[in-house]
Design a protein around this ligand. Structure first.
Ligand code: MLT
Length: 272
């Protein structure tokens, strides 16, 4: 169980959309969404346990995805958010699927960004163990070395040369405890494939055409498995479409957030 308090930022009012970052980042990856979507929802971006400004799980715990989901649910309850749209990027897609299994009554909608339902292969688990050992030795720099070549579409680097540097800074600021706990939780997570059919809230699956981390087939298995799920494809984006192609990403999310809320705010009606 998580006994810390999750750090968050919040902008706007009304229907709550809760944003969860992937690995090994923090709430700052959602900066473009905080500014662009706060007229159609209350946009809240959390730092997961051990990332950003949120304290880590106790070292001895070896947290599971369910425990990350529980920490998120506790925060949503404390903030009195009612039913939420939960937006999970990559590792947080795994958390969002655990959340959907455990707390279906808290969900109004689900957005799964560059993520997949399958568990790790044996090779992927070994890769995580190796990376955890390197993080133990050299800290967050090991994640930069392991991941930097795979994060972005090549077009992104040409379009926004500073983005890779900004993301690297975010990665370097993460704690070794947070990173190692997340690697362990991801390696041990069960497959969510069989529970997809039980998800009964509107769901949007977003992927990047150039994502070198999440294979298209794996992401598309979410669309196939979740009844009525819609899919949006971010042209020319890699693993971080919320930062690489923010205009495309925000338009897709805006449409979805307007579609699923019971009382549309004026900004939704303007674009209808
Ligand atoms: C992420 O972006 O959260 C990770 O790449 C997910 C993973 O390693 O499975």
């Amino acid at each position: 169980m998580y006994d810390g308090k999750l750090n968050y930022v919040s902008k706007g009012e009304g229907f709550p959309a809760l944003f969860l970052h992937g690995f090994p980042f923090d709430r700052r990856i959602w900066g473009e969404q905080m500014s662009a979507l706060s007229d159609v929802a209350r946009v809240i971006a959390l730092d997961l346990p051990g990332f950003g400004k949120s304290p880590a799980f106790p070292r001895t715990l070896n947290p599971t995805m369910d425990q990350y989901a529980e920490a998120v649910a506790d925060t949503a309850t404390e903030l009195n958010l009612g039913k939420i749209a939960l937006v999970g990027h990559s590792m947080s897609g795994y958390i969002a699927l655990a959340f959907a299994r455990r707390y279906p009554e808290m969900l109004a909608g689900l957005v799964l960004v560059t993520t997949k339902p399958a568990a790790d292969s044996k090779k992927a688990r070994e890769g995580r163990q190796n990376l955890a050992a390197q993080v133990h030795e050299m800290g967050a720099l090991a994640t930069v070395i392991a991941m930097r070549a795979k994060l972005f579409a090549s077009a992104t680097i040409g379009r926004d040369p500073g983005l890779a540097e900004r993301v690297k800074e975010i990665m370097l600021e993460q704690s070794s405890d947070g990173i190692i706990a997340a690697l362990t939780a991801m390696a041990n997570r069960p497959s969510s494939t069989r529970s997809l059919g039980k998800i009964d809230v509107p769901t949007l699956v977003i992927r990047g055409t150039e994502d070198a981390i999440m294979p298209t087939r794996s992401v598309n298995s979410l669309v196939k498995g979740i009844p009525g799920a819609k899919s949006e494809v971010m042209r020319g984006s890699g693993h971080l479409p919320m930062m690489e192609t923010p205009d495309q990403f925000n338009s897709a999310l805006r449409r979805f957030l307007c579609e699923i809320q019971p009382d549309n705010p004026p900004a939704c009606l303007d674009q209808a």
